[in-house]
Design a protein around this ligand. Structure first.
Ligand code: PGA
Length: 262
């Protein structure tokens, strides 16, 4: 029984005042929602102000990245302790934009996620294939390799303290969502890898879908047995659409019996 999970990745958008007004709108729109874990991931500069604006709400705070060391001479980087300090509970790691534009490897993602878990941050770890890889029939192989590399050496207990996001790169910011069947196929594959490592506790790990999630497609995606939530980019920086996505996930989660009280 997995509780629905909706996270907004705001990417490099929103000034501090804009971030605070957005989160106020979202907060008012979802305050009665109980059966969904709701997270917003603003840019670093807005984390403190958004944390303040989220006090006593049902929304958690996340960051979009972090470094794998706790402190030191790493100009421009942010450590897990700093994220904790500013009120984060979650951190997105290995997003395809980090992999594509900033050269992040599975090895670095692996280091980062182990550090995050050590400091009690919950990593949302992204994996997914590019269009060229899918067209070449290599989607499963690529995701299998990313899974191996990113999660190397993780104990079963550590696996239970992270969230996985399957984000096909060709669906990110393109308006081209994976069909529910395409999403399920890959989520099922990821769950089978987890089962090899975890056995029956695999049922506790949540796998999110990301890539052009909108109010119009959230319910059909959530209807798939292994889609437990969404990592939302573009539609998460518009208050009303994010609110509708949260509500849409709840309706389907209830219908499919995925809601748990844990
Ligand atoms: P998108 O982005 O919803 O704008 O496609 C998703 C993501 O990058 O996490």
């Amino acid at each position: 029984m997995r509780k629905a999970f909706i996270a907004g990745n705001w990417k490099m958008y929103k000034s501090i005042p804009e971030a605070v007004s957005l989160v106020q709108v979202i907060r008012a729109g979802v305050h009665t929602v109980q059966d969904v874990d709701i997270v917003v991931c603003p840019p670093f500069t807005a984390l403190a102000a958004v944390n303040e604006a989220l006090k006593d709400s049902n929304i958690d705070l996340g960051a979009q990245d972090m470094y794998s060391e706790t402190e030191g001479a790493f100009t421009g980087e942010i450590s897990p302790l700093m994220l904790k300090d500013v009120g984060c509970r979650y951190v997105i790691l290995g997003h395809s934009e980090r992999r594509q534009y900033f050269g992040e490897t599975d090895g670095l993602v692996n280091k980062k996620l182990k550090t995050a878990i050590k400091f009690n941050l919950i990593p949302i770890v992204c994996i997914g294939e590019t269009l060229a890889e899918r067209d070449a029939g290599k989607a499963k192989e690529v995701v299998a390799n990313q899974f191996e590399g990113s999660f190397q050496g993780l104990t079963a207990e550590e696996f239970e303290r992270l969230i996985i996001a399957y984000e096909p790169v060709w669906a990110i910011g393109t308006g081209r969502t994976a069909t529910p069947q395409q999403a399920q196929e890959m989520h099922g594959l990821i769950r089978s890898f987890l089962k090899d490592r975890l056995g029956d506790t695999v049922e506790r790990v949540r796998i999110l879908y990301g890539g052009s999630v909108k109010p119009e497609n959230i319910s059909e995606l959530m209807a798939e047995p292994d889609v437990d939530g969404a990592l939302v980019g573009g539609a998460s920086i518009k208050g009303e659409s994010f609110i509708q996505i949260v509500r849409g996930s709840l309706l389907e989660a209830k219908g499919s019996g995925k809601v748990s009280s844990s």
